[in-house]
Design a binder for this molecule. Structure first.
Ligand SMILES: NC(=O)c1ccc[n+]([C@@H]2O[C@H](COP(=O)([O-])OP(=O)(O)OC[C@H]3O[C@@H](n4cnc5c(N)ncnc54)[C@H](OP(=O)(O)O)[C@@H]3O)[C@@H](O)[C@H]2O)c1
Length: 260
């Protein structure tokens, strides 16, 4: 027999404070849901839009109505592609919290189309959010992450990248070249952060999802032949479902992944 001291808490987040960017829908909302269900004390979600069907407020209402949760969700609107907005977000969170245990840099932007006619503004938008935005939010929240991390239980940075950062998914008419390059940069940024911040008791990991139906992905899924085509091309013969991303997030955020 071996002593697995923290085994019962491997996937628990009791008392933890998390911030999920792009938490109003899609993958970010799945992560926020998992964190609250695992006992997190406060889950901040951020996105640009507060109101409407896809805004933060409706997501916060849904999260706080989850049965059996002990913690709460708080929504704060911010554009995390902009340094000033991230600084404002930090100031707002500091009003109630002095530590941040989990930072999920999930908000992302994509653009698809032919290489030759890609407008520069589209490249800028993709890089500002998927690369500079990730760098800046980690940098700006470093004091709060540093306070939260301990040698036994480090603070966590989880960067949501994409399989597009590992392979060359789409070129030609529906090319996503700068998206793919931005996600490759996100992977390497996370590797650098892991080495830079590890000694400060902050781990950094990357999640690289394949296709999950969402506002960001659904247009591309249709263009590429629809769900059936993409399912057939996938070794598991299906697309991602919320549980898939929730499970990976929970593992990386909790005690089970303290040395990952
Ligand atoms: N779904 C997939 O198949 C898939 C596959 C691989 C990787 N990913 C990655 O997963 C992440 C989430 O994608 P998703 O599919 O869940 O997309 P989604 O459903 O479109 O959600 C994107 C979220 O990010 C927020 N957001 C967008 N721009 C923002 C900004 N500048 N500042 C703050 N929040 C912003 C959106 O809210 P507002 O619009 O209100 O700001 C929304 O909450 C992205 O990084 C994406 O690249 C997704």
């Amino acid at each position: 027999m071996s002593e697995l001291d923290s085994f019962d808490n491997f996937f628990r987040l009791d008392g933890k404070v998390a911030l999920v960017t792009g938490g109003s829908r899609g993958l970010g909302l799945h992560a926020a849901t998992a964190f609250l269900r695992a006992g997190a004390r406060t889950v901040f979600i951020t996105a640009r839009k507060a109101d409407g069907e896809q805004g933060i407020n409706q997501a916060v209402d849904k999260l706080n109505a989850l049965p059996g949760i002990k913690g709460k969700a708080i929504g704060l609107a911010a554009n995390v592609a902009q340094e000033k907005d991230i600084e404002r977000l930090l100031a707002e969170i500091k009003q109630t919290e002095s530590e941040l245990h989990i930072l999920v840099a999930n908000a992302g932007a994509t653009w698809g189309g032919p290489f030759e006619t890609t407008p520069d503004w589209a490249n800028q938008k993709v890089l500002d959010l998927n690369v500079r935005g990730v760098f800046n939010i980690v940098k700006i929240f470093l004091p709060l992450l540093g306070k939260a991390g301990t040698p036994q239980d480090p603070a966590r940075v989880i960067v949501v990248s994409s399989t597009a950062g590992i392979n060359v998914p789409h070129v030609g008419e529906h090319g996503t070249i700068m998206y793919s390059a931005s996600k490759a940069a996100a992977h390497h940024l996370a590797r650098n952060l892991a080495v830079e911040l590890g000694p400060k008791n902050i781990t950094t990991n990357t999640i690289a999802p394949g296709f999950f139906p969402s506002k960001l992905a659904s247009g591309l899924i249709e263009i590429l032949g629809g769900e059936k085509e993409l399912k057939d091309a996938n070794p598991r013969r299906r697309l991602g479902v919320p549980e898939d991303i929730a499970g990976a997030m929970l593992y990386l955020a909790g005690p089970a992944a303290a040395y990952v």
